[in-house]
Design a protein around this ligand. Sequence first.
Ligand code: 5GP
Ligand code: ZN
Length: 141
Amino acid sequence: MEDCIFCKIIKGELPAVKLYEDDLVLAFMDISPINYGHALVIPKDHHTGATSIPEDVSGRMFKVATKIGVAAKRTLDYDGFNLHLSDGTCAGQVVMHAHLHVVPRGVEDNFHWNWRHVEYSDNGEESMCEIAEKILSKLKI
Ligand code: 5GP
Ligand code: ZN
């Protein structure tokens, strides 16, 4: 992908502060962090979203991300971390090369995910079971 900034980072055409690299994945510091130490783990091959990433690569991404989260906790005095992947523009994805965020978290870091909560109805199309049945009808693992 010629115009992809993360492919350019992989090829060394754009600079990045790297944390880890192997044949499948690259991890580097996010240029505009939520907290200090915020990192990104990306597949070396270009995948726009999560769904086309092979299992060995996504498994490696998760493993590397958790290890970076633990290392950040131990060295930067954090209490935990979030792993986050946005798949699609509507989900907040800006860079269209799939990436797993590692966001180190502290109990008093004053950052809050903007969660909201919708309610299921007891019956009808919005019931939890109805929704689950729709998902199950297309779920192939
Ligand atoms: P998204 O919103 O797509 O899930 O996240 C994209 C992330 O990539 C953002 O957190 C942003 O700060 C980071 N980012 C965008 N451009 C660059 C860059 O050129 N270098 C680095 N290191 N991070 C970038
Ligand atoms: Zn790319």
